[in-house]
Design a protein around this ligand. Structure first.
Ligand code: MN
Length: 131
């Protein structure tokens, strides 16, 4: 089964995401890490098909973590979705400039995210993405 890597330092947020995977029939395994540093190591090791990236993290933040993932040939093709409580003007642009391809605002609506994940996992063109 394919793996999705969640980078989230807040317990109630990663519990919600873990529940989505448990109860909403998402055909992927979720691995959670709580810091950007861990995310960089785990992404290389497990080669997730998608990274869900909280932007506000202790240590290196989600934007910088995304930039590092996008500079590394071993991880640069993995799509990164920003998940953030930031709702300031320009934040989505900054997330996209760092390399995030989707921008999801908190509070995360479980059904919406489950639907987006299922749509992503169903895309036939995902199979042909360069590795
Ligand atoms: Mn956070």
């Amino acid at each position: 089964m394919e793996t999705i890597l969640l980078v989230e330092d807040n317990f109630s947020n990663f519990s919600l995401l873990e529940d989505i995977f448990l109860f909403d029939d998402i055909p992927a395994r979720l691995v959670t890490v709580e810091t950007g540093e861990e995310a960089l190591n785990r992404a290389i090791e497990i080669q997730p098909i998608l990274v869900l990236m909280d932007l506000r993290l202790p240590g290196i933040d989600g934007l910088e973590t995304t930039e590092i993932l996008k500079r590394n040939p071993l991880t640069r093709d993995i799509p990164v979705w920003a998940i953030t409580a930031y709702a300031m003007n320009g934040d989505e642009e900054r997330a996209r400039a760092a390399g995030c391809c989707e921008y999801i605002t908190k509070p995360v609506r479980a059904l919406d995210l489950a639907n987006r994940l299922r749509t992503f996992l169903d895309q036939p063109e995902r199979e042909k993405a360069p590795t």
